[in-house]
Ligand binder design. Structure first.
Ligand code: FES
Length: 71
């Protein structure tokens, strides 16, 4: 079973895989921001791939695989 971490953003909680899908950096060290579209964005601490926290979509590489997210 893949380890997950819980990320709370305001009233919402997300369960995401503990490791980045690119090179397995620990996402407990990731940063959270909001982009111009109001999306909550999680940025990997190692190579700075950015993912939409709500959908897991890759917004910027080098990651090519989405983040596994459970709202
Ligand atoms: S390990 Fe996350 S972008 Fe490379």
């Amino acid at each position: 079973m893949t380890e997950r971490i819980r990320i709370d953003v305001g009233e919402e909680s997300f369960l995401v895989t503990a490791e980045c899908p690119h090179r397995k950096a620990l996402l407990k060290y990731a940063s959270l921001t909001r982009d111009a579209k109001g999306r909550c964005v999680i940025t990997c601490p190692l190579h700075f791939s950015r993912f939409d926290l709500a959908t897991g979509e890759v917004l910027n590489g080098p990651a090519t695989q989405p983040l596994d997210v459970t709202p």
